[in-house]
Write a protein that binds this ligand. Structure first.
Ligand code: ATP
Ligand code: MG
Length: 641
């Protein structure tokens, strides 16, 4: 990354200290960093000790065959027991595990830990009746309903490996995932509610099942008509009549827990494999540390879809392992009105709220007046994940959702890392808008140059992880070679995540997006993230996506797509001038296109390769991983394509 581009983000010099009460009572203090660096493995062994193990491990880490790691070697543990039964046995069975809010108003359920235990046990018995045994793969294609978490926990309890597929995916996307995992069972629903109407799921499954699938277990959620075959079984007919007792078997620490496919932002999705002991250790620790979670008083809400890694780690496994009370919401943020999320926060008194920059920018676009109608005073920690958070979005979030005083944890991690890796700690860090700050205690990361040399403070380069971590991916399902080649081959002994980052003068980390998203304009490296943040800092821009388009003169030229904020036409020349003024003339976009929507993955990430196709006037490529394919029609219409 060039110095001139870097210095611009560094002009962001707002700093936010933690509120003193939060700092005084924080779960994790500054001392954790020193403790972890003094003896990293002892630190992680201590965190594993927060869980209940059926058999203790012999060795914390076996790294004798890198990059294939084994954590807590010889240990045995049952994840469902840790997430559910353990809390009931400790006398907390009446504590709420999930406040579930359906999309239709008034459609809600309260599920205690005792309820969850009964449901998971019945589901585990049902899966056993269907012939599912330890080691089998189960695909889960569900709406955001409590049965989704129950299904995942039932698999974990039995040692069946789940593969959750986002409920918005098409037949093709589901089919390739069922095939790749060779799933024996698919768990689905007739449909779920989205944007005020039932949206069908079962017909997609009917077309996607392959010959390894013996049964399809169907939850009745919407009551819509479904086709039926011999293979299909209703959840309420099979699960409801099962025994509420089920004795959990302890599984090896390295037993495969789940396969999850990456977003596919950069190409063909990869089936990321996570295992048992190390995964639960890190998701549990990070949920406690990063959100300063207090089980007796907090109400926690992560808005992710469970089909994304954030849903696995921070709706299901992390919070439940810590005995949290969480909110799950089925639908979209604007149904039936644009204040729905804030209404839910007010209803349940949510104290910890975790969402994505794409959502925050959408709320900015809708205007400050909407959240202002609701009481959000219960909130004490805000989180962000999925993309770099633009400084303007960070400040808006803090001001409008966090009453101008709530710490924001900008959490960097990936499907592959399994859990949060780089993040502020809310009781410790003096936050900088737009910075993920420091690796968490026990995590080791660096920014390096082409030759794997650590860059000095004030410079940018490639973000790498230089020590194994407990929740690291173990391989790409069925393809060890691709695992080694994709993540470990660029530099010896370093995991390369694909993201660019920079260290500021204090050594704090700023994520700059994927290295593939760095543009080369007239010989200067310019990061798409920086130009997007410059655009979003203009009051008329809600969201921006920037790509480098081939240009005969400059090599690459900057093409920007913007979604307007507020009423009336947007003056594109003024926006170009604004970017030039903010970042320097070299970063002035060649063209700015005003669009109503942007193509995004299910996790809200902009799929730049599609925008690049538009900017370069090509046929638009693979759009199957988009959360909503109708977006492309809206863009084409706006641009007269
Ligand atoms: P694929 O790997 O298939 O292209 P993907 O990388 O979008 O898909 P995920 O694993 O869901 O799939 O996303 C991880 C990526 O998201 C990170 O590599 C990074 O680019 C981005 N990301 C996540 N959180 C942050 C954050 N807090 N700041 C900056 N970038 C983030
Ligand atoms: Mg990725």
């Amino acid at each position: 990354m060039s110095q001139e581009a870097l210095s611009n983000l560094l002009q962001e010099n707002r700093r936010f200290a933690p509120p003193s009460e939060l700092a005084a009572g924080a779960n994790v203090t500054e001392a954790a960093y020193a403790e972890a660096s003094a003896d990293r493995l002892a630190f992680w062994a201590k965190q594993a000790g927060r869980l209940s193990w059926a058999k203790p491990w012999d060795e914390v880490l076996d790294w004798s065959n890198p990059p294939f790691a084994k954590w807590f070697v010889g240990g045995e543990i049952n994840i469902a027991y840790n997430c559910v039964d353990r809390h009931v046995e400790a006398g907390r069975g009446d504590k709420v595990a999930f406040y579930w809010e359906g999309e239709p108003e008034g459609d809600s359920r309260v599920i205690t830990y005792a309820d969850l235990q009964r449901e998971v046990n019945k589901a585990a018995n049902a899966l056993t009746e269907l012939g599912v045994v330890k080691g089998d793969r189960v695909a889960i294609y569900m709406p955001m309903i409590p049965e989704t978490a129950v299904a995942m926990l039932a698999c974990a309890r039995l040692g069946a490996t789940h593969s959750v597929v986002f409920g918005g995916f098409s037949v093709d996307a589901l089919k390739t995932r069922i095939e790749d995992a060779q799933a024996k069972l698919v768990i689905t629903a007739d449909g779920g509610y989205r944007r005020g109407a039932p949206s069908a799921l079962k017909p997609t499954v009917d077309q996607a099942v392959t010959d390894t699938v013996e049964n399809v277990l169907v939850v009745r959620r919407t009551g819509q008509d479904v086709d039926w075959t011999d293979r299909d079984v209703w959840w309420h007919e099979l699960v409801d009549r099962q025994s509420e007792e089920h004795v959990p078997e302890a599984h090896d620490a390295e037993h495969p827990l789940f396969i999850l496919y990456t977003s596919g932002t950069t190409g063909k999705p990869k089936g990321i494999l996570h295992t048992t002991g190390g995964y639960l250790t890190q998701v549990s620790y990070t949920h406690d540390a990063v959100f300063d979670h207090k089980p007796d008083t907090d109400v926690y809400w992560c808005t992710a879809d469970v089909g994304w890694v954030t849903g696995h780690s921070y709706i299901v496994y992390g919070p439940l392992s810590n005995g949290a009370t969480s909110v799950i919401y089925e639908g979209t943020p604007d149904t039936p009105h644009k204040g729905r999320w804030w209404e839910i926060i007010q209803k349940y008194g949510v104290t910890i709220f975790y969402t994505a920059p794409t959502a925050i920018r959408t709320f900015m676009k809708w205007g400050d007046a909407i959240p202002a109608q609701f009481s959000l005073s219960s909130i004490r920690v805000l989180g962000s994940v999925g993309e770099p958070i633009n400084p303007e979005a960070y400040v808006w979030y803090r001001q409008n959702i966090g009453a101008g005083k709530t710490p924001i944890v900008d959490t960097w991690w990936q499907t592959e890392t399994g859990a949060i890796m780089i993040s502020p700690l809310p009781g410790v860090t003096h936050g900088k808008p737009g910075a993920a700050m420091r690796p968490l205690p026990g995590i080791s990361a660096d920014v390096v140059d082409e030759n794997a040399q650590s860059v000095p403070d004030g410079s940018g380069g490639f973000l790498v992880l230089n020590e194994p971590w407990p929740s690291m991916l173990r391989t790409i399902w069925g393809d060890d070679e691709r695992f080694v080649k994709t993540y470990w081959s660029r530099w010896d002994g370093l995991y390369f995540a694909g993201d660019g980052a920079k260290k500021d003068e204090d050594g704090d980390l700023w994520l700059l997006g994927r290295v593939d998203d760095v543009m080369l304009v007239s010989g200067h490296n310019i990061s798409t993230t920086e130009v997007e943040s410059a655009l979003v800092s203009h009051p008329r821009v809600a969201e921006a996506a920037v790509v480098g388009a081939t240009d005969a003169v400059t090599g690459q030229a900057i093409a920007a797509f913007v979604i307007p904020r507020g009423e009336g036409d947007v003056d594109v020349e003024e926006l170009r001038a604004h970017v030039a003024k903010t970042l320097g003339p070299i970063a002035k976009p060649r063209q700015i296109l005003v669009v109503p929507e942007l193509p995004k993955t299910r996790s809200g990430k902009i799929v730049r390769r599609i925008l690049q196709d538009i900017a370069e006037g090509r046929e638009i490529g693979d759009a199957t991983t988009l959360a909503d394919t109708s977006v492309m029609e809206a863009i084409k219409k706006a641009l007269n394509l």
